[in-house]
Design a binder for this molecule. Structure first.
Ligand code: NAD
Ligand code: GLY
Length: 383
């Protein structure tokens, strides 16, 4: 169903991820936390769960969730870890696993990730190695995690060598994306998540992009009308991701399109550090502008598309020009190039880039001349 047709319905709330015996549903809508017990029931092998959450989310949503599960006869234990990217570490993975074992989790106990992408990645990875692998449910509570990280089964932690370098593919059994919880999300985090929504339009769906240009302000408005529009945007994003993941679960080809803007973005994130100066989605927003800019410089995409993308992301409130100063001083194209060549997507010494022939027409290539990358970075840093 296209987005215009969906606008006239209110029922399109379940997206299916077609992965055979590992298939699962993504529920998107209001009030899902309050129905968690009923929604969990079909995928539980035991009426027991173990919740992993962070301190911020715990204060808001742990009690309502556990109360609802208890009312449905589902007993839970939990561990609360600190909020923030630093929690995606060996130390907190160990803490989470120790807590699960101390609570005597069994092979049939359901692990539940309640939080943003940090919690989903950490809890999912813990579930994939606890007792050689147990089931888990994602309850994503940020926009970014609802449209991206909770879907597709990538889990993992960071190490001193870089982000997400240790992890596994482990698909959840169910995803509950409750749009009500986004009401407490700081505006900056909401916008950062919106960058990943915009990504789906830019990479493969020009009609969705045009719809977003008209409707994003409504979707991010925070009122009742916002919920319906935001749900449509989340459902369309999850459908796009589900389609790609079903076609290429382990990222041997097409799934890499989801990295649009990430090669540039990751270099800026690495340069700025992971302390919250530059959020992942903000880095992706500026990285997407640069991916289209380099495509235009290579004569692949109309320069007017670059202007259109910049204008929309800026109007929404996302940063489109990269920072000039970081914790290590002035950010230079040379330093960014160095980060890029450490990227885990290097193949035989060449970087894989997601470029575009226009809005909605992204493709993969590892034949981008280093001089063009340097030129694009230099232009962005002097914009
Ligand atoms: P996050 O999990 O750090 O959440 C952002 C902040 O919002 C945190 O402080 C959190 O406590 C708070 N928060 C979460 N939900 C809230 C709510 N409803 N109300 C108020 N505060 C709330 O960050 P994120 O942006 O959700 O996720 C980023 C992580 O996701 C990164 O580690 C990134 O690598 C990962 N990621 C993974 C994938 C994947 O496919 N696995 C894809 C994209 C990103
Ligand atoms: N966020 C990229 C992926 O899931 O593949």
């Amino acid at each position: 169903m296209n987005i215009a047709a969906r606008a006239m319905t209110t029922s399109a709330q379940i997206v299916k991820v077609a992965l055979g015996s590992r298939a699962y549903d993504i529920h998107v809508g209001r009030g899902l936390l309050a129905r968690a017990g009923d929604l969990f029931a079909p995928v539980l092998k035991q009426r027991r769960g173990f919740i992993v959450t962070d301190a911020t989310v715990a204060a808001l949503y742990l009690e309502p969730l556990t109360a609802n599960l208890k009312a449905s006869g589902i007993r839970t234990d939990h561990v609360i870890v600190p909020a923030g990217e630093a929690t995606k570490s060996f130390a907190h993975l160990e803490k989470a696993l120790d807590a699960m074992l101390a609570a005597k989790c069994e092979r049939h106990t359901m692990i539940v990730a309640l939080g943003g992408g940090v919690i989903g990645d950490l809890a999912g990875f813990a579930a994939s190695i606890l007792l050689r692998g147990v089931d888990f449910i994602q309850i994503p509570t940020t926009l970014l995690s609802q449209v991206d990280s909770s879907v597709g089964g990538k889990t993992g932690i960071n190490t001193i060598a870089g982000k997400n370098l240790v992890g596994s593919f482990h698909q959840p059994r169910l995803v509950l994306a409750d749009t009500d919880v986004l009401a407490t999300l700081p505006r900056r985090e909401l916008l950062a998540g919106y960058a990943e929504v915009a990504k789906y339009g830019l990479l493969g769906d020009a009609a969705f992009w045009s719809w977003l240009e008209k409707n994003a302000n409504i979707a991010l408005g925070g009122d009742d009308q916002a919920h319906d529009t935001l749900r449509q945007a989340i459902v369309t994003s999850c459908e796009a991701k589900a389609r790609i993941v079903a076609a290429d679960e382990k990222e041997s080809s097409e799934r890499a399109l989801l990295n649009l803007g990430h090669t540039f973005g990751h270099a800026f994130e690495a340069e700025m550090g992971y302390g919250g100066e530059l959020l992942h989605g903000e880095a992706v927003a500026m990285g997407m502008v640069m991916a289209f800019d380099i495509s235009a410089r290579l004569g692949l995409c109309p320069p007017t598309d670059v202007d259109r993308i910049r204008a929309h992301l800026k109007a929404i409130g996302l940063p489109v020009d990269p920072p000039r100063q970081g914790p290590h001083g002035t950010i230079t194209a040379a330093r960014l190039m160095e980060h890029m060549t450490q990227d885990k997507k290097m193949k035989d010494g060449a970087l894989t880039f997601v470029l575009a022939r226009g809005i909605g027409s992204a493709f993969l290539t590892n034949e981008v001349p280093a001089a063009k990358v340097q030129e694009t970075l230099t232009a962005a840093l002097s914009a």
